[in-house]
Design a binder for this molecule. Structure first.
Ligand SMILES: [Zn+2]
Length: 191
């Protein structure tokens, strides 16, 4: 299993007087420079990036967060009663769990010897601990988070359709994308 090296907080911002995002102060052991770079990766839809931005900065008002700020009486998920955190929403709530399983299965197609810790670090942190097939790995994680946090139905066909449509849109772009397209084919979305 790949070890994650931690970056010192002071190396996370190159310029002086740059305000450190609150989330970086809260979780200083994440490799934030990698995470932000991945979030901004070219050829990933802006809508996906926006959702990932809100997810990573934890500015989505889950019931747990609203409860912590005295905005509601209970931290329980309105759908299932578990504590409603972001992790609950993307991995565990009702049918969302089947999409989490589907996303892990897709990741294994790209990266056959990956393990639990790699799946978490990739799909939940946007920091895959591998340089191989970097684009499609980050693309899949971004699409997964976007789907989980914006679409209420959590249907596998709908999730795969979203990925297929976006992959098809990239196919029509110029041939500078050939590496990207090669990586996307590892997902075998059209089978
Ligand atoms: Zn729930």
């Amino acid at each position: 299993m790949t070890r994650i090296k931690t970056q010192r907080l002071s190396t996370l911002t190159s310029k002086k007087n740059v305000q450190i995002p609150r989330i970086v102060e809260k979780f200083p052991n994440q490799r934030w420079r990698n995470i932000w770079r991945n979030m901004h990766m070219a050829n990933i839809p802006n809508a996906w990036k926006t959702t990932v931005y809100c997810y990573l900065n934890q500015i989505i008002p889950t019931e747990e967060k609203r409860h912590r700020h005295n905005l509601t009486d209970s931290p329980a998920c309105k759908k299932c009663g578990w504590t409603d955190t972001l992790k609950h929403r993307v991995t565990n709530c009702g049918a969302a769990k089947t999409i989490w399983e589907a996303a892990k299965a897709l990741l294994v197609k790209i990266w056959p010897d990956s393990q639990l810790q790699d799946w978490f670090q990739t799909l939940l942190v946007l920091d895959p601990p591998t340089k191989q097939n970097k684009f499609v790995t980050v693309w899949l994680a971004s699409g997964f988070l976007h789907y989980q946090l914006t679409k209420p139905l959590h249907k596998i066909e709908e999730f795969l359709h979203m990925l297929k449509e976006e992959a098809a849109r990239l196919e029509t772009k110029d041939d500078k994308l050939s590496q990207i397209l090669k990586e996307l084919r590892l997902l075998e979305l059209n089978r």
